[in-house]
Design a protein around this ligand. Structure first.
Ligand SMILES: Cc1cc2nc3c(=O)[nH]c(=O)nc-3n(C[C@H](O)[C@H](O)[C@H](O)COP(=O)(O)O)c2cc1C
Length: 198
């Protein structure tokens, strides 16, 4: 299995990156091929609304550092998106990627046709935040997942860690790291919904 991890934080050793690395290590140990990309190190533009992806090109035609990343999403079995909360949302780095993923919506979707170009890929969303109250920012994942489901991602799963400030990856609860390991196992050994979601 081929897993692509996209890090949305500018902090390479930060909280979301640490949780993602834990998942990646566990998945690698189980035989998965994992590639991790730090979006912050790339140079790319947001969607330019050229609509070429809704015409013959069928994919994003912009050429920059995100071009190979979008291609890697297409060939991955699973996508892991990791982001801290910035002002109540994903980071700008991840939002830029999400806007460019417009090319994963099929050309016919605007006319009410088939929505997604991708087929049943797995999705994991890792979200960290300073606010310790889980009720805050719980709407981010459902909102992002709504659009990713259109593209063809199925059974999206979220891993959250709240109350994590500027300390780099050192205060992440064991329960969250264990969740990352369990998620890696579910990714590699067959996707299953958590009992509470059935
Ligand atoms: C510019 C900026 C904006 C932030 N906005 C929020 C916010 O709206 N809510 C929140 O709970 N934490 C906020 N935080 C805190 C981070 O989400 C939190 O420290 C997170 O765990 C950092 O993850 P990282 O180490 O992966 O970057 C913000 C941090 C920064 C630098």
């Amino acid at each position: 299995m081929n897993i692509l991890v996209l890090l949305g934080s500018p902090r390479s050793q930060g909280n979301s990156a640490t949780i993602a690395a834990h998942l990646a290590e566990a998945a690698t140990a189980l035989g998965a091929q994992v590639r991790t990309v730090e979006l912050n190190g790339l140079s790319y533009r947001g969607c330019q609304a050229c609509y070429a992806c809704k015409g013959k090109a069928e994919r994003c035609v912009l050429q920059d550092d995100l071009t190979p990343v979008l291609a890697a999403v297409e060939s991955a079995d699973a996508l892991v998106l990791a982001t801290p909360v910035y002002f109540g949302d994903v980071t700008a780095q991840l939002k830029g990627f999400l806007d460019r993923s417009y090319g994963f919506l099929a050309p016919g979707y605007l006319a009410g046709g088939q929505k997604g170009r991708l087929s049943r890929k797995k999705l994991v969303f890792i979200q960290t935040q300073g606010n310790p109250d889980q009720a805050f920012f719980k709407e981010i994942f459902p909102r992002v997942n709504h659009f990713l489901e259109w593209m063809g991602f199925a059974d999206g799963q979220i891993i959250r860690a709240c109350g994590l400030g500027p300390n780099r990856g050192e205060a992440i609860p064991e329960s969250v790291l264990a969740e990352a390991e369990q998620t890696a196992q579910r990714l590699v050994e067959g996707w299953g919904l958590r009992p509470s979601f059935r």
